[in-house]
Design a protein around this ligand. Structure first.
Ligand code: HEC
Length: 153
C-alpha cells in the first residue's frame, strides 16, 4: 500500500526536527491543547455524566461505607467526631473529621494518601493505620475520601 503524505505534514515534521523554531513550539502547544481537549471530551462522556470527572462509583461507595464502619469508627467514631472506643488510649487523639476548619485545610489527595499509607506517611501519628489492601483500589479510596468529606458539619 502506498501512503501519500500531504506536503504540509512533511513540513511539520521538518519543523519538529529542527531546534528552537517557533513552529516547533506552536506544534507542541497545539498537541497539549489536543490532549486537554480529548481529556475533557472523555471525562464529559463518563458513564455517570456531569460528575465533573470525580463521580463516585455506587458500588465503591457501598464498600467504603462498610469499611468506614468496620475500620474507622473504632477511633474516629460513627460520625467522625474522634470519639470512637479506641480513641481514649490515643495521644494525639484521632482527628475530629467533622471539623469544618480541618476539612477546608486539607485537599482530597492528602486525605486519600493518609487512608492508603497511614499517618506516618504524612508526618502524623503512626496510630492512624495504613490500609495497604486499598492501595491499588482507587475507586474505594476515592469513595472513602468522599465519606470523610461527608462527615463535615
Ligand atoms: C487505631 C485508630 C485509628 C483508626 C482505626 C483510624 N484512624 Fe484515622 N487517625 C487516627 C489518629 C490517632 C489520627 C491523628 C493523627 C495525628 O494527629 O497525628 C488520625 C487522623 C486521621 C485523618 C486526619 C489527618 C490530619 O490531617 O489530621 C484522617 C483523614 C483519618 N484519620 C481518616 C481515617 C479513616 C478514613 C480511617 C478508616 C479507613 C481511619 N482514619 C482509621 C487514628 C485512627
Amino acid at each position: 500500500m502506498h501512503v501519500r503524505v500531504h506536503p504540509s505534514l512533511k513540513n511539520a515534521e521538518e519543523f519538529a526536527l529542527a531546534e528552537d523554531l517557533p513552529e516547533d513550539l506552536d506544534m507542541k502547544s497545539f498537541a497539549v491543547l489536543l490532549v486537554a481537549a480529548s481529556a475533557a471530551l472523555i471525562s464529559g462522556c463518563g458513564k455517570d455524566g456531569g460528575g465533573g470527572g470525580d463521580s463516585i462509583d455506587p458500588a465503591a461507595q457501598a464498600e467504603a461505607s462498610k469499611i468506614y464502619m468496620q475500620r474507622c469508627t473504632t477511633c474516629h467514631g460513627p460520625n467522625g467526631g474522634g470519639d470512637g472506643p479506641g480513641a481514649a488510649d490515643l495521644n494525639p487523639k484521632p482527628r475530629n473529621l467533622s471539623d469544618a476548619t480541618w476539612q477546608s485545610s486539607v485537599d482530597d489527595a492528602y486525605i486519600e494518601k493518609i487512608i492508603k499509607l497511614g499517618g506516618a506517611a504524612v508526618g502524623k501519628s503512626a496510630a492512624m493505620p495504613p490500609n495497604p489492601d486499598l492501595a491499588t483500589n482507587e475507586p474505594v479510596v476515592k469513595a472513602l475520601r468522599a465519606k470523610v468529606r461527608s462527615l463535615k458539619k
